[in-house]
Design a protein around this ligand. Structure first.
Ligand code: GP9
Ligand code: MN
Length: 428
């Protein structure tokens, strides 16, 4: 009922992290391109196979002066995988403990999402994805999020061998998407969802231009080859954006949605890091994914704050000069000096700069030293963190399960009218 939103509001208000004045509004009015790097883990950055960089283009971007790169950024997805990542990035709401919230609640719930919010500020909003529109219920959820356009598979020219695995090959997909992108009224907010670097990492021979890993685990070894192909596709897109001049007035946001190599592959993971074995601490750190914001003139550098996907939207809002203090959002601006740096995983585990809890074990973050017995003072600190994590996840679940945003009047926000959107999905 309407009363249920009150404890949510109280929690959000208490944990609101005010913006960093050095960055607030710095990207105001710019185009925004969100690049979804499928199954892309942080360890790939600067990683080499046989002396060859796996992701030279992304490495260059990662180290560029005008890129804010985050090296303690974690995915926080549950069973909804890609869909949970999308939900978090565009709503700062967590996916559900089971299933995919975009599937179970994406059609019917009320959202106060990034596309709607930006649309109301004069932006054109569009999502691009080279597979069938019904995957993860995107065709319905995007209406609830307020996307003006959804360019799914039918919008892309069919050519011989143009798709593999989960949809159109990234190079073809990004090239064809750029054609539409160029025609969108500006400023625009566009999301490009790549798919080729998805398990089981299939790629035709002519597109393989790096050796695989040599862990001997067949489901792991080709991962770097599709990642390399994805990296090349990003390189081509950036060239195109540079050439057309679009890059100049655009903020690029890149993120890895979740792990590619699951924790069931311990020996292979150890092999990747040239270690004998891995423990729960290593596995927790293995959940890091890239998060980068690039814009001409942005004061970049490698930022070591601990955060995750839930924090992306508040970060973007502050960069765009959109005050988010009234929003029901469960993350905190990654650039705010006031953030608590608690990163909840969807199962209730967590990472902070001081302690890590993973699969029931506690560690000192940084050294990775296992804490076999918590001292009384450590127990107090850990209990406080756990309470925050449980409350953060639990209240987000209440909002999603109870469709609580329908009761929440967000000042200045016009309720999203799902019925006013149609995506011409039979095209092609
Ligand atoms: C499907 C693609 C993959 O459209 O986004 O989804 P995932 O399996 O990663 O959740
Ligand atoms: Mn995914």
């Amino acid at each position: 009922s309407a009363k249920d939103i009150t404890p949510v509001q109280r929690f959000i208000k208490k944990n609101y992290a005010s913006p960093n004045i050095e960055y607030y509004g710095k990207a105001k009015g710019k185009n925004i391109i969100i690049i979804h790097l499928e199954s892309f883990q942080q360890f790939l950055i600067d990683y080499k196979v046989d002396g060859q960089e796996v992701t030279p283009n992304l490495n260059k971007l990662y180290h560029a002066q005008d890129t804010l790169s985050f090296d303690n950024f974690f995915h926080q997805v549950g069973q909804g995988k890609t869909a949970d990542a999308e939900l978090m990035l565009e709503n700062s709401l967590f996916g559900l403990p089971e299933g995919s919230a975009m599937v179970t609640d994406g059609t019917t719930n009320t959202f106060q999402s990034a596309p709607s919010m930006l649309h109301q500020r004069g932006y054109t909003t569009a999502s691009f994805h080279g597979d069938v529109p019904s995957f993860w219920n995107r065709d319905n959820a995007y209406k609830s999020f307020g996307y003006d356009y959804f360019f799914s598979k039918g919008y892309f020219p069919k050519t011989k061998d143009y798709d593999v695995g989960y949809g159109i090959k990234d190079k073809i997909f990004l090239k064809d998407s750029a054609y539409y992108l160029q025609q969108l009224p500006q400023p625009f907010y566009a999301k490009l969802i790549t798919v080729t670097n998805h398990y089981p990492y299939i790629l035709d021979k002519k597109n393989k231009s790096i050796a695989g890993l040599k862990t001997g685990d067949d489901t792991v070894d080709p991962y770097v080859q599709t990642a390399h192909y994805l990296d090349q596709s990003i390189g081509e897109l950036l060239d195109y954006l540079d050439k057309t001049g679009l890059r100049k007035n655009t903020v690029l946001v890149l993120y890895g949605d979740h792990y590619g190599i699951s924790n069931n592959h311990r020996p292979a993971i150890a092999d990747i890091f040239h270690k004998k074995s891995v423990d729960n601490y290593d596995l927790a750190m293995f959940q890091k994914v890239p998060f980068m914001i690039n814009m001409e003139g942005l004061k970049g550098g490698i930022n070591q704050t601990y955060g995750g996907e839930i924090d992306v939207l508040p970060t973007l809002e502050d960069l765009l000069g959109i005050s988010s203090d009234k929003y029901i959002q469960f993350g905190q601006d990654l650039l705010s000096p006031k953030r608590n740096q608690i990163v909840p995983f969807r199962n209730g585990d967590w990472v902070t700069p001081k302690y890590t809890k993973f699969n029931g074990d506690y560690y000192l973050t940084g050294s990775g030293k296992r804490i076999k017995h918590l001292s009384a003072s450590q127990k107090k600190e850990v209990d406080k963190i756990q309470k925050y994590v449980t409350t953060d996840l639990g209240l987000s679940d209440k909002v999603v399960n109870g469709d609580l945003l329908r009761f929440y009047h967000l000042p200045g926000f016009k309720k999203t009218d799902k019925k006013s959107y149609s995506y011409n999905l039979n095209k092609g």
